[in-house]
Design a protein around this ligand. Structure first.
Ligand SMILES: Nc1nc2c(ncn2[C@@H]2O[C@H](COP(=O)(O)OP(=O)(O)O)[C@@H](O)[C@H]2O)c(=O)[nH]1
Ligand SMILES: [Mg+2]
Length: 256
């Protein structure tokens, strides 16, 4: 796992500088929250280092239990939940799966993802300050709702955001970014860290292409500029076009 990637390439998270409640990942380790200038960077580094340590604990725990963890990230509305609905319907007959889904408010996504043969835990970050990403600490707590011995795959739908979730390792094995064709071709260049830390990109909503002024080649090239080797799957969660390749790749990663 390229955990050092997080240390060298991430940006410092805006709310870590401003809001004491955002230090939940620090679990009491961080005591100063309102410093200015370079001191702030020191504090943020400490928070991120604490998160990395907890992520490693999660990784060890998941490995011991034989659970493969994927972290699905994107901006709001690009189709994470829709893709996971279809993905679960393809795999749960053969892969014992569980889901953790994060949102600031509501259990809408948990409701949508229930009924596909995988138990779902919804996290609402509103309860601890409205954080715009999940952390290793939160995942550890949420995973405590499952008997991990009973599962082979844990899917995490992160909060809708192309920035902050990329900075927080949670101990996952695989990170997947979803980019829908309605978002424009330039997003990989605008939010490069997300595309750098992920292992695959899903270009979703290709059923809409006939209605859009969207340059597929440019979108793929922009992803390649940031992450030359990354597999890119062009899919539609509506029609399931492209799902065979995506599911096959996911199963290879799971069993490989
Ligand atoms: N046409 C089309 N709509 C989609 C597709 N995937 C998702 N949507 C729609 O996009 C909206 C946002 O999807 P959702 O799964 O909630 O996105 P999330 O916020 O990333 O979880 C919903 O209205 C979905 O029905 C797709 O492949 N094609
Ligand atoms: Mg969703």
């Amino acid at each position: 796992m390229p955990t050092d990637m997080y240390k060298t390439q991430r940006y410092y998270h805006h709310k870590d500088f401003q809001k004491p409640s955002h230090f939940h990942a620090g679990n009491g380790v961080v005591t100063e929250s309102k410093k200015r200038g370079s001191r702030e960077i020191k504090i943020a580094r400490k928070v991120l280092d604490v998160n990395d340590a907890m992520a490693q604990q999660n990784r060890d725990m998941f490995a011991e239990k034989g659970v493969f963890v994927i972290n699905v990230m994107s901006s709001p509305g690009s189709g994470k939940t829709a893709i996971l609905e279809k993905t679960l319907s393809h795999i749960t007959h053969e892969v014992r799966s569980a889901v953790i889904v994060g949102d600031i408010c509501t259990s809408n996504d948990a409701d949508r993802l229930s009924g596909f043969g995988a138990p779902v835990v919804q996290i609402n970050t509103d309860a601890f300050g409205g954080d715009c990403h999940l952390t290793a600490h939160v995942i550890k707590t949420a995973a405590g709702n499952f008997n991990l011995d009973e599962f082979d795959l844990l899917i995490v739908e992160n909060l809708g955001n192309l920035v902050c979730p990329a900075e927080f390792d949670m101990g996952e094995n695989l990170r997947v970014v979803v980019l829908s064709v309605t978002e424009g071709e330039d997003k990989p260049l605008k939010y490069p860290l997300m595309f750098r830390v992920c292992h695959a990109a899903l270009l979703n909503k290709i059923d809409l292409l006939p209605h859009l002024d969207y340059d597929r080649e440019t979108a793929v090239q922009n992803i390649r500029k940031v992450n030359p080797q990354m597999p890119i799957f062009e899919i539609s969660a509506r029609t399931e076009e492209g799902f065979d390749s995506w599911i096959e790749w996911l199963m290879q990663k799971l069993h490989g």
